[in-house]
Design a protein around this ligand. Structure first.
Ligand code: NAD
Length: 276
């Protein structure tokens, strides 16, 4: 998809962070947007901001883990806007901890949001997108963790690797159908959002502002959600399956070579390419 003006985007997890920035970017491209999130207050704030800029907005307080809620939201989106052209299965949560410390209930929770949430989005929206036989694009949000595991991140890594598997298979299935619906796997590196606060150990908004100041001073490898959204749109325009906000070819190459050579896994902190 290269032309967005007048088209319709659906974004899950749109009340905050990357989802919010994607919604803002869709509006600035002249799109109409349907925004889903579990957080009604923050969702309404995003909707109001976009409506003030002249964008037509539909909101749904939707838990992506609930297939019925997603199906009902998809029906509402089609009734309001007609065809859907861009779907961002973006909602996600982060949990950290030693692998053996997560209970079965913890696993069910994170899998239901991060994996089933994506599946529910695909099932609720894609059949009508295929039926429409028009250019459309689905972006599923994975992570750098879709490609490399990290210590303390068993749950997140398992989810994001599953999202990669689902998305790659979906691309093959759509190609077999010669469908005009394209698919991307978004693999963000560090983006300054409330999900990353947990990684940075930030628990209050004043500290979040400090972290933003560090970002502006160029300290950690974090980028703003807005820059992330710019890179996502560049990826969609280029019809790239892999959308890396922080390319890390050198690291991945070394990781894969070590595996092919039969070395046992050893974690070295992910390093991003100096000249992407
Ligand atoms: P965020 O916490 O700022 O935003 C996530 C949004 O998802 C929130 O508004 C939250 O209310 C919503 N949400 C959570 N559970 C939901 C549910 N069950 N149903 C509907 N909405 C739900 O975090 P973010 O960083 O913007 O995360 C967006 C996506 O990007 C996630 O999938 C995350 O895993 C991924 N990601 C983020 C980073 C990063 O550094 N920020 C890196 C890699 C991947």
């Amino acid at each position: 998809m290269e032309q967005f003006e007048g088209k319709v985007a659906v974004i899950t997890g749109a009340a905050s962070g990357i989802g919010r920035a994607l919604a803002q970017r869709c509006a600035s491209e002249g799109m109409q947007v349907a925004l889903a999130d579990v957080h009604p207050g923050k969702l309404q704030a995003v909707a109001t901001e976009l409506e003030e800029s002249g964008c037509k907005v539909l909101t749904g307080v939707v838990n992506v883990a609930d297939a019925e809620q997603m199906n009902a939201f998809a029906a509402q989106c089609r009734a309001t806007f007609g065809d859907i052209h861009l779907l961002f299965n973006n909602a996600g949560i982060l949990r950290v901890g030693m692998t053996w410390q997560h209970t079965a209930a913890d696993w069910e929770k994170i899998l239901s949001v991060n994996v089933l949430g994506v599946v529910n989005g695909i099932n609720a929206f894609l059949p009508a997108m295929i039926e429409a036989q028009t250019d459309a694009h689905i972006v599923n949000t994975g992570s750098v963790g879709s490609l490399v595991a990290a210590p303390g991140m068993a749950q997140y890594t398992a989810c994001k690797m599953a999202v990669r598997g689902i998305t790659e298979t979906l691309a093959y299935d759509l190609a077999a159908l010669q469908s005009p619906v394209a698919v991307s796997l978004l693999c963000p590196g560090p983006v300054l959002t409330s999900i990353s606060d947990e990684l940075l150990g930030i628990t209050d908004s004043a500290a979040a502002t400090d972290a933003a100041d560090h970002l502006m001073a160029g300290e950690p490898g974090f980028i703003t959600p807005q820059l992330c959204a710019d890179r996502v749109f560049a990826g969609i325009r280029a019809n790239s399956f892999w959308i890396f906000t922080h390319p890390f070819k050198g690291y991945l190459r070394a990781k894969n070579e070590a595996m092919l050579e039969g070395s046992n896994p050893r974690y070295d902190e992910v390093t991003f390419d100096a000249n992407p």
